[in-house]
Design a protein around this ligand. Structure first.
Ligand code: IPM
Ligand code: MN
Length: 353
């Protein structure tokens, strides 16, 4: 069989995005040599700098272009001189929605106890995945102002949940629990006691769908309690499925218990289309150009991309190398405290591959 040749769109983006993406690409290159696949990259300059120069975020033509790729590798979007919301909605959310990347997959895995803020937790205690619905909920942008600017103003923000949208997300999570083949447990994280429309639909759908996966054990936790269990008993979780906003919130906490933003990666997945992989830490403007940002999250995102492309062996090797480097060498996972520069950490991952 001829070696595969993947087309990868690369969006470095803002702040430290391009620096960490460069290290991810370094590891990708080494992995391609070792595991015998080919790829080409094309760089896109979407981000804050381009917006400040041209007023452009991304449009439908750009989305059509991105659809031609096998995967997208993203650094970070967010610029201190651009009003909050413009780049997030105009680039990041526009891509997630436009390419129907309806799953936001966020593994929470502790590689080294030394970097865990929780007392006495070991790598085997923190190893779960959050499946965040990525196309609906409160992120849909539905709502309105009434009597704006008056004393009687009302702002309405709607959580939009469709049966189809909820079901495809829940099915993905059940299949993932089967595929991981660990505790084979899926926890629905919601708020059935207060949000009685949205979470009634989620709960009913969950209860119906679970009949198709009898080998998967199921559980339910309210979102507030979930944050408590993350800190107290993270070992209870295997796969968690939740809506867009709850998933956003709990995965920042998840990132902290796995060692911080320096190591947390995620995938915006369209199982039938083009997916996008990113470190979830943001653009970290104050560290830009200082060579101190931790590239491991971006390298882990590149690893997730390899897994998604079907290069599972390469993906496992990248993860194994990240584990070796983060447990054996780095003093910390935080920017500026690693004991190595951004580029040196990338080199270490390549050497240990
Ligand atoms: C994330 C981010 C985004 C989100 C922002 C930047 C729009 O926080 O990827 O978690 O809320 O989804
Ligand atoms: Mn977030």
């Amino acid at each position: 069989m001829a070696a595969k040749n993947y087309k990868i769109a690369v969006i470095g983006g803002d702040g430290t995005g391009p620096e960490v993406v460069a290290e991810g690409l370094k590891v990708l290159k080494a992995a391609s040599k070792k595991f015998g696949f080919n790829y080409t990259t094309e760089m896109f300059d979407y981000g804050g700098a381009r917006y400040l120069k041209t007023g452009k975020t991304i449009d439908d033509k750009d989305l059509a272009e991105l659809k031609k790729f096998d995967a997208i590798f993203l650094g970070a979007i967010g610029h201190p001189d651009v009003k909050p919301g413009i780049l997030e909605q105009g680039i990041l959310l526009k891509t997630r929605f436009g390419l129907d990347q309806y799953i936001n997959l966020r593994p929470v895995k502790l590689y080294s106890s030394a970097f865990c803020p929780l007392k006495d937790k070991k790598p085997e205690d923190i190893d779960f995945v959050v499946v965040r619905e990525n196309s609906e909920g409160l992120y849909k942008g539905m709502g309105e102002f009434q009597k704006k600017g008056t004393k009687d103003e009302v702002a309405i923000q709607i959580s939009y949940n469709t049966r189809k949208g909820v079901e495809r997300c829940i099915r993905y999570a059940f299949k993932l629990a089967q595929k991981r083949n660990k505790r084979k447990k899926l926890t629905l994280c919601g708020k059935t006691n207060v949000l009685t429309y949205a979470w009634d639909l989620w709960q009913r759908t969950f209860d119906e769908v679970k009949k198709d996966y009898p080998d998967v054990q199921t559980d339910y936790a309210h979102v507030d309690a979930t944050t408590m269990w993350f800190v107290k008993n993270p070992e209870w979780f295997d796969v968690i499925v939740t809506d867009n906003l709850f998933g956003d919130i709990i995965t920042d906490l998840g990132a902290m218990i796995q060692g911080g933003m320096g190591i947390a990666a995620g995938g915006n997945i369209n199982p039938e289309g083009v997916s996008m992989f990113e470190p979830i830490g943001g653009s970290a403007p104050k560290y830009t150009g200082k060579h101190v940002i931790n590239p491991l999250a971006a390298i882990c995102a590149a690893g997730m991309m390899l897994d998604n492309l079907g290069e599972e062996k390469a993906a496992k090797a990248v993860e194994a190398s990240v584990i070796k480097v983060s447990t054996g060498k780095l003093k910390s996972l935080a920017a500026g405290k690693m004991g190595y520069s951004t580029e040196e950490v990338g080199d270490l991952v390549v050497e240990n591959l």
